[in-house]
Design a protein around this ligand. Structure first.
Ligand code: ZN
Length: 173
């Protein structure tokens, strides 16, 4: 049997490169090379799994979204992040392919690109709903005079917090 038939040099798929990956416990880690998509930012050495079958690919988190709360200012009450993911040993071909993970820090929703487009459309509609609620609340409050009108110094304070000590009027001057 020729050497060539035993260990053919792997051809890397388009959009992929070979990267080192650590397999096993840190004290017994073995280095292998795995085919990794160009969009993957996962450190396969530092965060290598126990078993080769547990290797996955993941992009770094994009600009996540979170909101605070009137009663708990400064706390992240609801948050959402999204990133690319692929599980090369999954039985579902959609999980083996590049897909999107929507992550709220307690649940991960796996989405195909088409599902992600639909979620994006729904979020745009939801944003319009939020703006309508804000308008209705503003109108309702204007009728009752609640909350009390803020003083001029309080009005100036909000943009100062948002723009890191520089008021919006100063930042754009
Ligand atoms: Zn990777």
């Amino acid at each position: 049997m020729s050497e060539r038939s035993l260990y053919p040099v792997p051809e890397v798929k388009p959009g992929h490169r070979l990267v080192p990956a650590g397999i096993g416990k840190p004290s017994e880690q073995v280095m292998v090379f795995v085919e990794c998509p160009d969009w993957c930012n996962w450190d396969h050495v530092a965060d290598g799994p126990q078993h080769a079958s547990d290797i996955f690919h993941q992009s770094s988190n994009g600009g996540g979204w979170d909101t605070d709360c009137l009663t708990q200012p400064g706390d992240r009450m609801i948050s959402l992040d999204a990133y690319l993911h692929a599980d090369p040993t999954a039985t579902d071909p959609n999980m083996r392919a590049a897909h999107i993970v929507l992550d709220d820090e307690s649940t991960e929703a796996y989405l195909t690109p088409d599902m992600t487009d639909r979620v994006a459309d729904d979020l745009i509609a939801f944003a319009a709903h939020l703006r309508q609620l804000a308008q209705r609340a503003r109108r309702a409050n204007a009728l009752t005079g609640t909350p009390p009108r803020r003083s001029r110094s309080q009005v100036d304070e909000a943009p100062r917090r948002v723009h890191g000590g520089v008021r919006q009027s100063e930042a754009t001057a």
